[in-house]
Design a protein around this ligand. Structure first.
Ligand SMILES: NC(=O)c1ccc[n+]([C@@H]2O[C@H](COP(=O)([O-])OP(=O)(O)OC[C@H]3O[C@@H](n4cnc5c(N)ncnc54)[C@H](O)[C@@H]3O)[C@@H](O)[C@H]2O)c1
Length: 331
């Protein structure tokens, strides 16, 4: 039997999603301890709450058991993670996510802390049956292809958490995020093509498109995604399980059309300038050709759905990036 959460740990609190979530939880009256080693995150993302009495940021490695054990919390949202190794070997993402998730699961099991884990739509891999539901098959490719290291590391954590749930009754939720964007998102490929394309459009550079650009993705605006995570934090009565956090299947868009959308907002009167990047540039690479999720489960059980359409979300994100690049304090 679970009581309502009071003190929530957010790992990766200074990152893109973690900072929005921490602010949302503080505004709702929770006590929040963020843990972030600031390897990727920025303290400025948390400026709204940095001196709030209910918020504390610990700058540390989240896999450090001593740090974890010093916190008396009832809920942990685990967001800290390495990402798709487009430009490295994949070793680090596998070793780091394994090390950190083992520590988190051990800590939550020992202290009976409800665990919410940020997984990814990448775990559906090459499954051709769309849209993906939470029970769809997970079809990743060969270990000789480093791009699957991220999906595999997330899947490993999903399996670890599910096993902990079965063996010790640990309450958990696994959240499979689809491509998220919005103000404060990471720069460069760490933030995904949405981030790269906006930067390129604002600098009047060619859009670097990997492959032929026909691969599709579905994007979700940060406010919508955080609303879903917030519901999952609050609803302690829900059975443990897996959740797609995505906009409707209608939000599917090809990478080339995403570039066109951004161009239409930033330079409506100019034609698209593209630099095609062959996949071979990253070594052996295999892209997911279509990625579309079903949000039915979240709509039905969380009474939630994504509200911000892509054009509107892109406009807000572009405005933020413009202000930031001009040195203005973003609203
Ligand atoms: N942004 C997306 O579109 C998206 C999509 C699918 C899944 N996800 C998942 O959501 C989570 C959050 O994503 P994000 O976009 O906010 O990423 P992010 O990189 O902005 O934030 C991650 C944060 O974790 C911190 N961190 C990493 N390793 C750490 C460690 N060992 N100890 C302490 N801090 C550490 C980083 O400094 C960073 O602030 C990640 O797990 C990511 O895999 C994100």
């Amino acid at each position: 039997m679970f009581i309502k959460p009071k003190h929530i740990i957010v790992t990766g609190a200074a990152g893109f999603i973690g900072s929005y979530l921490s602010i949302r939880l503080i505004r709702a009256g929770y006590e929040v301890t963020g843990i972030d080693d600031l390897s990727r995150g920025k303290q400025i993302n948390l400026r709204e709450i940095e001196s709030h009495p209910n918020f504390k940021l610990i700058q540390a490695d989240v896999g450090n058991m001593e740090v974890l054990s010093s916190i008396d919390a009832d809920t942990l949202v685990h967001l800290a993670s390495g990402k798709i190794p487009r430009y490295d070997s994949g070793l680090q993402v596998l070793q780091e996510n394994d090390r950190v998730s083992n520590a988190i699961v051990q800590y939550c099991m020992k202290n009976f802390i409800r665990l919410l884990f940020a997984s990814t739509s990448d775990v559906y891999g090459k499954n051709p049956n769309l849209p993906f539901t939470e029970s769809s098959d997970l079809m990743i490719g060969s270990p000789e292809n480093k791009r699957w290291a991220y999906a595999l590391s997330k899947l490993h954590t999903e399996f670890l958490i599910s096993a902990a749930g079965r063996s010790s009754g640990l309450p958990y939720q696994i959240m499979r995020f689809f491509g998220c964007y919005g103000p404060n998102m990471a720069e460069g490929w760490w933030g995904g093509p949405q981030s790269v394309f906006i930067q390129q459009a604002l600098k009047n550079e060619a859009f670097t498109i990997h492959g032929d650009g026909a691969q599709t993705r579905s994007y979700i605006f940060i406010d919508d995604l955080v609303n879903a995570v917030f519901r999952l934090v609050e609803d302690v009565e829900l059975d443990s399980g897996i959740w797609n956090i995505c906009a409707e299947p209608l939000s599917e868009i090809s990478v080339i059309d995403l570039a066109k959308e951004i161009q239409a907002i930033v330079h409506p009167d100019e034609s698209l300038n593209i630099e095609w990047i062959p996949y071979e540039t990253f070594g052996k690479y295999e892209d997911v050709m279509r990625r579309v999720g079903s949000a039915e489960k979240a709509k039905k059980h969380l009474n939630w759905e994504a509200k911000v359409d892509l054009r509107e979300g892109l406009k807000r994100t572009i405005e933020w990036m413009k202000q930031r690049d001009n040195g203005a304090e973003p609203a």
